[in-house]
Design a binder for this molecule. Structure first.
Ligand SMILES: Nc1ncnc2c1ncn2[C@@H]1O[C@H](COP(=O)(O)OP(=O)(O)OP(=O)(O)O)[C@@H](O)[C@H]1O
Length: 306
């Protein structure tokens, strides 16, 4: 199967609320795509429509070129984690997975494999009702992996995980993408996707605000900012300002320079024999890049009416 998700022109209204307002994007194989936006932006609704759990008023959602309800072996084509709490609490975690596996003709051996893969270990024979949220997330991801699908869709998989769990899931998602799968991961916290997503679909108010490679987003937000540490602040300013740099004092021996590459800063300071201790090109964090983006986007401002 072609491991892609294609969403085109989705519109969905719940009474007064326009949850999706022309949502369109494509998720490609071989990378983790972050699906990010504030609460209520329409991420879960989009995922539910992709999985055929909700119908859109307009638009199409295709998985591997087909609408989900037309897939022959859905578990083997798309794995999804939507609501980690959706469990029968009296059932053991293993029985929960067995029940899902049998519904799709998958073996008990596969159940034990995914449980092992997700680090559930001995806990697999405990009642799922007693699981912490973090364990439920692991169980939910194990369920999504049962059919070894080419497409994975996980709604807020980091919820309830401790820092070690977050690191582990990040690495795990990257390895699934490296195997050539399309991996779509939603989050309302950009920081959770740091070092995980290579591509981002940023949404606000039911629409796509940005659809971009993370590297490009960070490069744009970093935008030639250079930090300089020097004991000769004034001399540095006298050298750099006339050469076109915008120089801001940020500390007793620190300046931030905009509009000039680090290499040129070094060569001008050297030319004028201005001493310096450090010149470093600023690399924006994903969180900073996201803040830049949201500032630029009217979609995100204010919470009043839709
Ligand atoms: N079944 C429903 N009935 C009524 N309104 C709904 C329903 N499902 C979603 N909505 C509304 O649609 C909008 C989009 O919700 P959705 O859950 O898709 O957002 P989200 O981006 O996933 O948010 P979160 O990060 O909080 O999960 C919200 O205003 C929500 O209240």
């Amino acid at each position: 199967m072609d491991a892609t998700i294609e969403v085109s022109g989705l519109r969905k209204r719940f009474g007064q609320v326009l949850a999706l307002d022309g949502m369109s994007f494509t998720v490609r194989p071989g990378q983790v795509t972050g699906f990010v936006g504030p609460n209520g932006a329409g991420k879960s609704t989009t995922m539910r429509v992709i999985l055929g759990l909700d119908t859109a008023d307009e638009g199409t959602a295709l998985v591997g070129g087909m609408p989900y309800p037309k897939l022959r072996n859905p578990l083997s084509e798309v794995g999804a984690l939507l609501d980690a709490g959706a469990l029968q609490p009296s059932r053991t975690a293993r029985n929960h997975l067995l029940w899902l596996a049998h519904s799709q003709g998958l073996s008990a051996k596969r159940v034990d494999e995914v449980a092992e893969l997700m680090g559930l270990g001995g806990a697999i024979r405990r009642r799922a009702g007693g699981y912490s949220l973090g364990m439920r997330q692991r169980l939910g991801i194990a369920a999504a992996l049962l059919g070894d699908p080419a497409v994975l869709m996980l709604d807020e998989p980091f919820n309830g995980l401790d820092p070690e769990g977050i690191l582990w899931v990040r690495g795990f998602l990257r390895s699934l993408a490296r195997e050539g799968r399309a991996v779509l991961v939603s989050s309302h916290l950009m920081s959770e996707l740091q070092d995980t997503a290579e591509h981002l679909v940023v949404v606000g108010r039911g629409q796509v605000v940005a659809d971009t490679a993370v590297s490009r987003l960070i490069a744009a937000a970093s935008n030639g900012r250079v930090t300089l540490r020097t004991p000769s602040r004034e001399s540095a300013m006298e050298t750099l300002s006339p050469a076109g740099a915008i120089v801001t004092v940020t500390g007793p021996d620190t300046l931030v320079i905009e509009g000039m590459e680090a290499e040129r800063v070094v060569s001008l300071l050297t030319r004028d024999a201005v001493p310096f201790a450090e010149v470093s090109a600023h690399r924006a964090t994903l969180e900073e890049a996201y803040m830049d983006l949201t500032r630029a986007s009217v979609e995100f401002h204010g919470g009043a009416g839709r």
